[in-house]
Design a protein around this ligand. Structure first.
Ligand SMILES: Cc1cc2nc3c(=O)[nH]c(=O)nc-3n(C[C@H](O)[C@H](O)[C@H](O)COP(=O)(O)OP(=O)(O)OC[C@H]3O[C@@H](n4cnc5c(N)ncnc54)[C@H](O)[C@@H]3O)c2cc1C
Length: 439
């Protein structure tokens, strides 16, 4: 198993549960990849992923198997806001899916996109159900049913803030599975949204874990160790073959599963930089912007989004003991980052934040793999092939593990990974640029 992010850990565990001896090689000095913890103001916080989508039960099922069922929590039903230079901060419609309003005639929609655009969105109710039925992207579907202003004014801020991707580039079946089927059944997009939202737990589209998403990594690691898996951190794999890998000049034979973006194909990635502030502010006690603010377009604010984490997660509010935790995301780190983040937070939250109210400040920089076609001849899991987000990554990793267990690694013909062997790899290289090399 190459790569110890969530995808690699999940495959490693499923294989170990299936009786396959597992070696996990992780380049970094810690497991978890984009699921990681950091301490700001003395509070342990998720430094990357902090929630998971509950459109499927993939992550909840995993958490339950790991003994975390009782700690799955819904976010506070505070709602999110949208900020733009011209309209300031406005509450997003109470019920929506990826920004698509469940009720286009909701006054909140007209306040954000304007009356004309809201009327156009309302046309969804009278358009034949076949309109948009063959859409391939989220943007195409919403544009055809509700108009461009709804795509740009409501959906794009959500998908850019959450997925760093414009709706025109988001494949529908990945980002909103079941939405087209619901449109066919319900006849309108608004009703389809209501239908899908109705099936979500507690009306929310995401859930979290008390103590942080990083607990999944802790439990996966502990479970793997209990099952005798050989976990090696600080072990960067330099080359990989269908049945072996090269680590620090030594080749390791065995069936290989790659959960490390960039190893078998040049990784395209996009950057996200997060700024976390721990604040002393009574004005934030009333959560003036609900769970947070998405930024539509702005020349005043550099952040793409802000999450008021202590308003979103009650377990975190307890730990913060009266302080507030706010996280802002950026495409790149501006000079004088702490000042920019303080000013952006003040503008987005609609309050004054004096320098003395910032009790602590931390930044984390992430490089996230963009989804690419899988490379033939090698088993790949994780974000680069499954798409971004824990729900997609966990589901694809488990499906891949199940297929390995029922096929090439099925007992008694399993091909356990070797430990520390140093035979030269024999099969075709799948390293970029060496696709046709033989030994
Ligand atoms: C800031 C941020 C916020 C996010 N928020 C959410 C959220 O709220 N909800 C959600 O569902 N998703 C969220 N995500 C996305 C989610 O975290 C990822 O989709 C998921 O964690 C990807 O898991 P992965 O195992 O595929 O990849 P990664 O986590 O990237 O793991 C890949 C691992 O492979 C290792 N590796 C790389 N190269 C090598 C090599 N040559 N040899 C050995 N090891 C190697 C890396 O060190 C890394 O540990 C967020 C991501 C970020 C960055």
């Amino acid at each position: 198993m190459i790569g110890g992010g969530i995808a690699g850990l999940v495959v490693a565990r499923d294989l170990a549960v299936g009786g396959v001896p597992v070696m996990l090689l992780e380049a970094d000095d810690r497991l978890g990849g984009q699921v990681r913890r950091h301490r700001v103001g003395g509070i342990d916080l998720d430094a990357g992923a902090e929630a998971f989508a509950i459109r499927t039960s993939a992550v909840a099922d995993l958490a339950e198997e790991l003994g975390l069922r009782a700690d799955i929590v819904a976010p506070q039903p505070a709602g999110a806001w949208l900020y733009s230079d011209d309209r300031g901060a406005l509450p997003l419609p109470a019920t929506s899916l990826l920004g698509i309003p469940a009720t286009p005639f909701d006054a909140a929609v007209a306040r954000i996109v304007g009356r004309r655009a809201a009327l156009r969105a309302g046309l969804d109710a009278v358009l034949p159900r076949r309109v948009g039925a063959t859409s391939r992207t989220l943007g195409e579907l919403v544009r055809r049913r509700m108009g461009t202003a709804t795509v740009e004014g409501l959906v794009a801020p959500v998908t850019v803030g959450v997925h760093s991707t414009h709706p025109d580039e988001l494949p529908l079946e990945r980002v909103a599975p079941g939405l087209l089927a619901a449109l066919a059944a319900q006849g309108t997009l608004a009703r389809a949204v209501r239908r899908l939202r109705g099936s979500a737990i507690a009306g929310s589209a995401v859930a979290g874990i008390r103590g942080g998403i990083t607990r999944l990594v802790d439990e996966l690691r502990a479970d793997l160790e209990r099952r005798g898996a050989d976990i090696r951190v600080g072990a960067r794999v330099d080359e990989v073959w269908a049945d072996g890998a090269l680590v620090g000049g030594q080749s390791v034979p065995g069936a290989v599963v790659v959960a490390a973006p960039g190893l078998v194909a040049p990784a395209q990635s996009r950057r996200t930089v997060l700024a976390t502030l721990v604040l002393d502010s009574v004005e934030l006690d009333s959560a003036p912007r609900g769970s947070g603010v998405l930024v539509a377009r702005s020349s005043r604010v550099m952040a793409k989004a802000l999450t008021h984490q202590t308003a979103k997660w009650s377990w975190l509010a307890e730990r913060a003991a009266g302080r507030h935790v706010v996280r802002l995301s950026y495409a790149s780190a501006p000079p004088d980052f702490s000042e920019v983040a303080r000013a952006d937070a003040a503008e987005l939250l609609g309050i004054d934040i004096r320098p003395g109210q910032v009790l602590d400040f931390a930044t984390v920089e992430w490089s996230r793999a963009v989804r690419q076609p899988p490379v033939p001849g090698v088993v790949q899991v994780g974000e680069s092939v499954a798409g971004t987000g824990l729900a997609s990554v966990v589901a694809q990793a488990r499906a891949q593990a199940a297929s390995l267990l029922s096929g090439p690694l099925a007992p008694p013909h399993g091909r356990p990974l070797g430990r520390g062997a140093s035979t030269k790899p024999k099969s075709r290289s799948v390293v970029p640029g060496k696709e046709n090399d033989t030994e």
